[in-house]
Design a protein around this ligand. Structure first.
Ligand code: AMP
Length: 366
């Protein structure tokens, strides 16, 4: 089977690495000549809206998928004229717009932080009145890793945020004083079969994921709420007639889960599954889009996944940690850029934490 991937970043790279043992051939489309996938698969080097290139990708692939959610919806629909596209492009439409996304969650009865659509200054004032302070003003589109977001704690902040973001379609959200952040990774096959990985506990700084602990720890004030997260994910998967891996990020408050956003693709908070689960998120995504049976999501122990952000740590030191697995993405260092990650696995939480404590994580700002 031939898989086409729109986007050639680290997610595509890890997806290809998981798909090859299943006998797949992989072609990808990415405008960057030095995309992380470039030494790994056939590269169609063109813009994401280049119809000739998209048609070539489609004709060379039995199924096309994507590895980032800002793929132009028009491109996904264009490819669909020639071959199957999974996850369905409708999932992109929802995930590309924070207001559509939160409205979609609400329509499925999935709780979210309070939110309001903001297009004008007076709508911002009205939304602040209704939602209260603190609040977060975000661009509806093209924001990721905390970009295009302003925390509003005072009236002066709201004017500064408006000055910075005016001209964009915006959403105002209640600032959630969450207990912690968790995510669920769900997979749906072409026959409607669904499997779920356990909830993962995520630590962000400056809006960028730094550390994931999997499974999420048991906290007295916020027990993992896998059943509820699975129910919510199941609603999203069913509503979109979804195929592939879907990630949903939640703010947890006590045992309440408020959906923040979804990613219709493999996800950074699921990298631990490569070594920490019976079947990785990448293999399960490949299986789903190829129409194969899904693999077990059972864990192989307790994992910690640390992202390498902006610069690389001393790799040899990490490789000396027992059951530590380093992944480098072949990317040039740049501030805020995800260059790689390490997953540490252990048979119990205490050993996992001890192994994690031996690493030097200054570079990751943990
Ligand atoms: P996002 O781009 O929406 O995933 O936001 C990136 C990170 O900013 C989240 O993972 C949170 O840590 C933080 N954040 C975003 N929205 C809110 C909110 N409404 N309340 C509290 N923290 C937030």
């Amino acid at each position: 089977m031939r898989i086409g991937i729109i986007g050639g970043g680290q997610l595509g790279r890890m997806l290809a690495l998981a798909a090859y043992p299943l006998g797949a051939r992989v072609t990808f489309l990415d405008p960057a000549p030095d995309a992380p996938m470039s030494h790994l698969a056939k590269h169609i080097c063109a813009a994401y809206d280049d119809e000739r290139a998209l048609e070539q990708l489609a004709r060379e692939s039995d199924v096309v998928t994507y590895e980032f959610e800002n793929v132009p919806v028009t491109s996904a629909l264009f490819v669909e004229q020639f071959t199957r596209v999974f996850p369905p492009p409708a999932a992109l439409l929802v995930a590309q717009d924070r207001w559509e996304e939160k409205s979609f969650f609400s329509s499925l009865g999935i709780p979210t932080p309070n939110f309001a659509r903001v297009d004008t200054h007076s709508e911002l004032m009205e939304a602040l009145e209704n939602i209260g302070l603190p609040a977060v003003l975000k661009t509806r589109r093209l924001g990721y890793d905390g970009k295009g977001q302003f925390l509003i704690q005072t009236h002066a902040d709201s004017e500064r945020a408006w000055a910075a973001l005016d001209g964009n379609a915006l959403i105002l959200e209640q600032f959630v004083d969450f207990t912690r952040e968790v995510s669920i990774l769900a997979v749906r096959g072409q026959n409607g079969e669904c499997v779920f990985y356990p909830l993962v506990e995520n630590f962000h700084r400056d809006g960028i994921l730094r550390l994931s602990l999997a499974p999420a720890r048991f906290l007295a004030n916020a027990a993992p709420n896998d059943k509820r997260a699975q129910e919510y994910a199941q609603r999203v998967l069913g509503a979109l007639n979804y195929v592939g891996v879907l990630a949903i990020e939640f703010f947890q408050m006590g045992d309440e889960l408020l959906a923040n956003e979804m990613a219709p693709r493999v996800h950074n908070s699921g990298h631990w599954t490569i070594e920490g689960a019976v079947t990785s998120q990448f293999e399960n995504h490949a299986r789903a889009i190829l129409g194969a049976p899904l693999g077990s999501t059972e864990t192989r122990g307790y994992c910690a996944m640390v992202n390498f952000i902006g610069e690389l740590p001393e790799i040899d030191a990490l490789l000396k940690i027992s059951d530590a697995h380093v992944h480098l993405y072949d990317k040039a260092p740049r501030a805020g850029r995800k260059l790689g990650h390490v997953t540490i696995v252990a048979s119990d939480e205490k050993t996992r934490d001890e192994r994690l404590a031996t690493g030097d994580w200054r570079f990751s700002s943990l």
